[in-house]
Design a protein around this ligand. Structure first.
Ligand SMILES: Nc1ncnc2c1ncn2[C@@H]1O[C@H](COP(=O)(O)OP(=O)(O)OP(=O)(O)O)[C@@H](O)[C@H]1O
Ligand SMILES: [Mg+2]
Length: 457
């Protein structure tokens, strides 16, 4: 048994039962407290910490299942064990689905109760230890799926870890492909909700009224086609994290309902009159600036403030170029594993080109470029030739110069620059030469001559 006696709350409407359990458990080294109904139990729980709650299922007023639900929405993490008479095992199983730990069927032998409690304590101790160790490992070693080197991203991740333990809403902003979902998952993994589910939903991909049904669920017959009742994503995410992606795309009318759900921690299925308690942490993300949307009245300011309790901004890749090469290496080893390849290097020219590019699609674009390059190369290196044209022409050094050749010849540099600009212009106009000439502000015949001179095909 533990160094300190386990505190246990016993809930039963039969005084005899309370009395008997209390004295058995005291003898076994526990520290019992009794409650004659669920309401009283909740009062006691609010005042004190219990390691265990041992409760009857059938009780007048609030029953054992409602008690479990209530404990859960209050985030009480005591281990709940239910006692149910033979015929009520179905109810006990329902309670387990709702978060109870185990049940004992009545009538039981006294040592059975003690044994069940001890086993639960042992398992719980191990579980907590595993969670603790996992978190520590992730914190010290870092999640290997997240690759960052730049100082700005290190501080982003640090903030994320600092707030992970709090039950506050977080708004993650950043351009498309910067890693908002990846960081949202990390925020979930590091949080106290990590044993619950992570449920993502892209608010921009589903039309308004359907989105409402997805999120809140519906009663049977709530609308044509609703032949069965269905739980929504809020309920699915109960005990975990709901990730509202592209929140800026959400209908104005639905925003009110989200706000209410966050404030009251209660949702109502469409077509139902009573609310249901849910315990969900909300993470939201957007790649658009919500300020203009709020100004034109398309996004609710009150919801914004509710979501934006903590704001995490992921800067675009072009503002943290130090991350580019480590990311490329990460994706190379990822695709090496996936494709059974052994690409080992990225040539200097290829690296320069990758570093000079603007990456409008951010990390996702980079990942796609690496995948494509690995399909195109047969050797053990990613070369300049295996990169898309757009990237090849945008090296950060003077275009076309390799490191060894870099000179201060103005004549050569301006030639290379000219060639590079022509390539870019042709690329931008999909090969249309007269449009390209216009972009370059030179005459059409002059462009044709240069194309010939530089050997551009
Ligand atoms: N720092 C990183 N380390 C490793 N992989 C990353 C990193 N950032 C992003 N990625 C990868 O890039 C891809 C895009 O990331 P993610 O889907 O999280 O972006 P997003 O910001 O949600 O994009 P969108 O706005 O388009 O939904 C994913 O495959 C993700 O794993
Ligand atoms: Mg995303």
């Amino acid at each position: 048994m533990p160094d300190q006696p386990h505190r246990i709350l016993i809930v039963d409407d039969e005084p005899n039962m309370l009395h008997m359990l209390s004295s058995i458990l005291k003898q076994a080294g526990f520290e019992p407290t009794c409650a004659e109904d669920a309401r009283r139990a909740l009062e006691l729980v609010d005042d004190g910490d219990f390691d265990f709650i041992l409760s009857d299922v059938r009780m007048p007023g609030m029953d054992g299942i409602q008690l479990v639900e209530n404990l859960r929405s209050r985030r009480i993490d005591s281990i709940v064990i239910l006692m149910s008479a033979y015929g009520n095992v179905g109810l006990a199983l329902e309670a387990i689905r709702k978060g109870a730990y185990d049940y004992i069927s009545k009538p039981f032998k006294t040592d059975e109760v003690v044994l069940t409690l001890r086993k639960a304590a042992e398992r719980e101790k191990l579980r907590r230890e595993v969670v603790r160790l996992k978190r520590r490992l992730l914190r010290t070693e870092g999640n290997p799926e997240i690759v960052i080197k730049s100082r700005v991203m290190r501080s982003v991740l640090e903030t994320l870890h600092q707030i992970a333990g709090f039950d506050c809403s977080v708004l993650i902003t950043g351009e498309s492909g910067t890693g908002k979902e990846l960081l949202a998952r990390e925020a979930h993994t590091q949080s106290q909700f990590s044993h619950g589910p992570f449920v993502p939903i892209n608010c921009g991909a589903i039309p308004g009224n359907l989105l409402e049904t997805e999120l809140f669920g519906h009663a049977r017959g709530a609308f044509t086609g609703a032949s069965n009742a269905k739980a929504g994503l809020f309920e699915e995410a109960d005990g975990g994290t709901l990730f509202l992606d592209e929140i800026g795309a959400m209908d104005f009318s639905l925003q009110v309902k989200i706000l209410r759900a966050i404030d009251t921690r209660e949702i109502r299925r469409i077509g139902e009159n009573t609310g249901r308690k849910v315990s969900v942490r909300i993470l939201a993300a957007t790649n658009e600036d919500l300020e203009p949307a709020m100004e034109r009245g398309a996004f609710r300011r009150d919801l914004f403030y509710r979501l934006n309790v903590v704001h995490i901004h992921i800067p675009p890749l072009r503002e943290r170029r130090e991350d580019i090469v480590p990311l490329v290496e990460h994706f190379v080893s990822l695709y090496n594993r996936k494709m059974g390849r052994s690409v080992a290097r990225i040539t200097r020219e290829a690296q320069d080109a990758l570093l000079g590019y603007t990456w409008k699609g951010n990390v996702r674009e980079l990942q796609n470029v690496v995948e494509r390059a690995m399909i195109l190369t047969t050797g053990d290196a990613i070369t300049l030739e295996s990169l898309p044209h757009d990237i090849r022409v945008s090296t950060s050094r003077i275009p076309g110069f390799t490191e060894q050749e870099e000179t201060l010849s103005l004549k050569r540099a301006s030639k290379e620059l000219e060639k590079n600009f022509i390539l870019r212009a042709l690329n931008r106009t999909a090969g249309n030469r007269s449009q390209a000439a216009a972009l370059l502000e030179i005459s059409y015949p002059s462009l044709l001559q240069k194309i010939k001179d530089y050997g551009i095909t």
